[in-house]
Design a protein around this ligand. Sequence first.
Ligand code: ZN
Length: 186
Amino acid sequence: MKGAIFIALNDMIEQQHGIQVWKALVQTVNPPSQGIYTATEDYHEREMADLIIATSRQINVPINDVQRTFGAFLFNELNRKHPVFTQMNNTFFRFLMSINEDAHKEINKLYDEPSLSHIECKQKTHDTLQMLYRSPRKMCYLAEGLIQGAANHYQQDIQIAHKTCMHFGADHCLLDITILEDTQDK
Ligand code: ZN
């Protein structure tokens, strides 16, 4: 997982909770990096999972919600630094579908162990799309947050149904994403 993702987590924690909280997290997790990240370098996904667990304990918010909040924050950070992916795709679904194509390798790099981690999108109907997610670290709620961040960017109201989930014994997650009100065509 790229250092850029860790830097985004650091930024979010500092902005929302202060630098002391970030320092406390690094002290608790005691990662090999010591909390110093280079954007383009790879760090183990386990380190991210550990930091998220520590954040959950530190700020007393469920792990799922920490992942969701961070996912949305991360989308904005990535989009600000690499706007090319949303610029190339003029609708929310086209952007998600592009994860299969242009952005696929980039997105998969967000998750370490590329051979084990996998994201794939399939459009089912005009207003529903299904995302398949698989990763040993089971950070599917981070994926939910990223999707929500993208939906906000495209000004779409969405609902995410997450009925098949690795946290409930499945070997993959299925996220059904429905656009509630398609404001884009109006
Ligand atoms: Zn899941």
